[in-house]
Write a protein that binds this ligand. Structure first.
Ligand code: 26Q
Length: 824
């Protein structure tokens, strides 16, 4: 009977307005007289949230009742961006809200823009996790995300005098999308010591004693699917001091300050996201974060499993855990510990369960990004886990020895323990040994891990343990939300929005590749998106750019391997060329805007120097009257998910120019092409598969191949080698002070001239510049360009994260979707 009175949520414009106003007045206790855009956002979000909650509860009940296998996606990063527009799309009442907000005197776009990004991630890996959650819900997989509820997400970037400055991102002031579950807590232990003894019945007992306890509190975030009523759950853990007797004793004994200090120390665990991307630094707090989150998540998963009253051997039939990189590897050790120390299973029975449960996704081959933790650090923080790691290693090495008798070299190469000083635990090796499947994120990358960093493990386990699942992106956010007009145009030709659920349907666009009317509309939409970005640039950078110019975009984390330095050197090369041209020659040149965006890790000095150079080059070029509209250089501050949603639909060309073999996949390459942009790229990561799908004639490829990189590097030191002369001219220009303070950029130059040019900037420079000249030529033929654009989009179906999730489900998780009977 209570159902009758339970909130069903609005369906009409009038009901939406009433709900919105009710929330502003009662939930937020605000007067309608000073209802600003933020209040309107809050009311709108709360109204849509009510609708989601109903389906969320039903989904959870349905999944519990169905009692089938669930997938748990463990990721230290979920780069969700904004939630309201996505909630509107999935609830399906955006138009109702638009009309309602209109009547209340607001534009829906302004309201959507009020929301603070949920920026709990660095870049690709974190955004991938967010796309996966979207796909898992949209495909009706019973899936949970588990992560940390950082109080501070990735820092906000400001540019001051051309330098990056980091501002803390405190984002939790008002977050209608999270639900604190103060009743869902887990106590997590740190430090202490291991007590091994024989109990009264003569049984060996191992117990981890004393140390300190920190409590994990669950915060749940609803994850709605598109075109389904499935709403999955993302559970984020927040740390607080545990209210054990210990603390009470301190308070009561008058040790008030130290009790408060304990509290703050506990809260520090989930305080801040580490801002490193593709670099690991063995900080104790990071290890604490990892264990805190793994222990809480596993405890929660086991609690749910135990309610089913099944035998432990059935655990892998109920639970699949996917490790997003090695960050959650301690979950492997923790599950083994619980099974043997707490549940009394034999080692082998426990280990069989563990390895059947876990899958590990690798996202990098860069040696500096592979996680290692020092043995003394683990010994101190997690003494019992260290013992178990040693036992895992012992049993593993025994099996290796049986297969490769007397190969001591092999044993030391594959050992989970690196025999250095101090000794280190190699987390990737532990993750491989503890999982039944290991996957890379693009074909080339998955091949490379098998032939380089993990080649010995292929010998040990055979090739079948290693597989590829090429990354994908959600077309809901990255096409429909970011580029509504393009999505609408596509739908008008395809007859429905079904392509948002089955992206391969885009191939039905191929017949329109030469359709004059269609091409005109296609080009108009790109132009409108560029006008919008130009307005944004004027507001944020004070620079007026011509929307008719070719927009050349490189937005991603700043890293030497991604080679933003190659791009800016190319820009300077172009600048020098323009300066030396006659006015007639200049008239023939296609105007360009070079747009950069991305954050540097705060401790990554080279990356910060690259940002500095880009900004200084921009200052000079943008006000040079010889150049005018022919070239503008823009660095967009604080690149994040919501900025990406504006930038990506506005690009003509985007740059994916990593040294071949270094970028595991890249995912923005997919987003740009899906939005009708062409790409310039190296034969790296997913660029290769994108080229295969859309056709070589639609991609501007350049540069050396991955297979040649090693020899080239060797040649820099030992061969008859000299730096590219055109690049040397660029260096001369920088050194002569053209962009101010030449000393500031010396390191960028000497990395190439004096330190072996590890990233092959000089080797690829000529090919890069020539390819840009080719782009200039191609862009002049707009007609052909637009055809390429349409044809590329038509062939992008493969790169949906829906395909990707289905591959994980089939080949790694062995899990089926849970059918939903939609109500009439
Ligand atoms: C590790 C230890 C300590 C502190 C930080 C880290 C850390 C954090 C984040 C290490 C790496 C990351 C992020 C890596 C990442 O984003 N990798 C990207 O993953 C994408 C999705 O698969 C790929 O497309 C990119 O190629 C890859 O660079």
């Amino acid at each position: 009977a209570w159902r009758k009175f339970s909130p069903k949520g609005f369906t009409s414009k009038e009901d939406f307005e009433a709900e919105c106003v009710r929330h502003i007045e009662t939930t937020l206790a605000r007067s309608l007289f000073n209802c600003d855009e933020l209040a309107a956002y809050s009311g709108t979000a709360l109204a849509f949230r009510d609708r989601l909650i109903i389906d969320w509860n039903k989904t959870q009940q349905r999944q519990t009742f169905a009692d089938q296998k669930r997938i748990y996606y463990l990721s230290l990063e979920f780069l969700m961006g904004r939630a309201l527009d996505n909630a509107m799309l999935n609830v399906g009442l955006k138009n109702v809200a638009k009309q309602g907000l209109d009547e209340l005197g607001f534009r829906i776009e302004d309201i959507i823009n009020q929301e603070h990004d949920a920026a709990l991630g660095n870049g690709g890996l974190g955004r991938l996790a967010a796309c996966f959650l979207d796909s898992m819900a949209s495909l009706n997989y019973p899936a949970w995300g588990y992560g940390l509820r950082y109080r501070y997400g990735i820092f906000k970037q400001e540019i001051e005098n051309g330098y990056q400055v980091e501002i803390p991102d405190y984002w939790l002031d008002f977050n209608p999308w999270e639900f604190p579950r103060h009743d869902v807590t887990v106590d997590v232990q740190f430090f202490g010591w291991v007590n091994k003894y024989t109990d009264d019945e003569g049984k060996q007992v191992v117990s981890w004693q004393d140390g300190e306890m920190v409590t994990a509190v669950a915060y749940d975030v609803p994850v709605p699917g598109y075109g389904t009523s499935t709403v999955n759950n993302l559970r984020l853990w927040s740390s607080k001091a545990s209210s054990g007797e210990f603390d009470f004793a301190k308070f009561n004994s008058g040790d008030y300050e130290s009790a408060v200090a304990d509290q703050q120390r506990a809260e520090t665990i989930s305080a801040v996201l580490y801002p490193n991307d593709n670099l690991e630094r063995g900080k104790e707090l990071r290890l604490k974060q990892q264990y805190f989150w793994c222990a809480a998540s596993l405890h929660d998963i086991i609690r749910r499993f135990k309610k089913t009253q099944r035998k432990w051997s059935e655990f892998p039939d109920q639970v699949a855990i996917q490790l997003n990189d090695t960050h959650p590897t301690l979950a492997i050790v923790e599950l083994q510990r619980i099974l043997i120390d707490k549940e009394g299973l034999e080692w082998n029975a426990a280990w069989d369960i563990v390895t059947k449960t876990f899958g590990y996704t690798n996202h990098t081959v860069l040696p500096e990004a592979l996680e290692k933790w020092s043995v003394p650090l683990i010994q101190n923080l997690l003494p019992r886990h260290l013992q178990i790691i040693y036992d895992i290693n012992l049993f593993f090495l025994q099996t290796v020895e049986r297969r490769f008798p007397k190969d001591r070299e092999m044993l030391s190469r594959v050992s989970i323990i690196e025999e250095s000083n101090p000794k280190m635990v190699r987390m990737a090796y532990l993750a491989i040994v503890g999982s039944h499947k290991v996957n890379g994120v693009a074909e080339l990358h998955s091949d490379l891990i098998k032939t380089t960093i993990f080649k010995d493990f292929v010998k040990v386990y055979g090739p079948d343990k290693f597989t590829n699942v090429t990354n994908g992106i959600t077309p809901r956010r990255w096409l429909h939300q970011a580029n509504p007009r393009l999505s609408e145009l596509i739908a008008s030709k395809l007859g429905s929005y079904e392509f948002l659920k089955d992206l391969t349907l885009l191939n039905k666009l191929e017949p329109f590749v030469d359709d004059k009317e269609f091409k005109k509309e296609w080009a108009e939409i790109k132009y409108a998106n560029k006008v919008r970005l130009a307005q944004h640039i004027l507001k944020s950078n004070g620079v007026s750019v011509n929307p008719k110019a070719l927009f050349d975009v490189q937005v991603k984390r700043i890293h030497e391997y991604k080679r933003q330095q190659l791009n800016i050197f190319g820009v300077i090369h172009r600048y020098l060329a323009i300066k030396s041209m006659t006015p007639e020659e200049r008239k023939k040149l296609a105007p360009r805007v070079s747009i950069f965006g991305g954050k540097a890790a705060p401790g990554y000095w080279m990356a910060k120097t690259i940002i500095h150079l880009i900004n200084k080059v921009g200052e000079v070029i943008n006000k040079d009257p010889d150049v005018g509209d022919l070239l503008k250089v823009i660095f967009l501050e604080d690149y994040n998910v919501s900025k990406a949603e504006i930038i990506i639909p506005a690009s003509d060309i985007s740059e994916h120019i990593s040294t071949a073999g270094t970028e595991a996949s890249g995912t923005s390459n997919m987003k740009f092409v899906l939005n009708g942009g062409l790409v310039i790229g190296t034969l790296d990561g997913a660029n290769i598969e994108i080229t295969r799908e859309i056709g070589e004639e639609n991609v501007f490829l350049f540069g050396n191949l991955a297979e040649d990189v090693e020899d080239l590097r060797h040649n820099h030191f030992y061969g008859d080698y000299s730096v590219n002369p055109e690049l040397l001219k660029v260096f001369e220009c920088i050194k002569s002070g053209t962009f101010g303070d030449e000393a500031a950029f010396g390191a960028l130059i000497s990395a190439i001239v004096d330190h072996g040019d590890y990233y092959l900037v000089s080797d690829d420079f000529d090919s890069y510049c020539k390819t840009h000249d080719l782009i200039d030529e191609s862009y002049k033929n707009q007609d052909k360009w637009v055809s390429k654009s349409i044809q590329s989009v038509a062939r992008m179906g493969f790169f949906t994260s829906d395909r990707c999730i289905n591959e994980y489900a089939d080949s790694i998780w062995n899990i089926e979707p849970l059918a939903v009977k939609e109500e009439a």
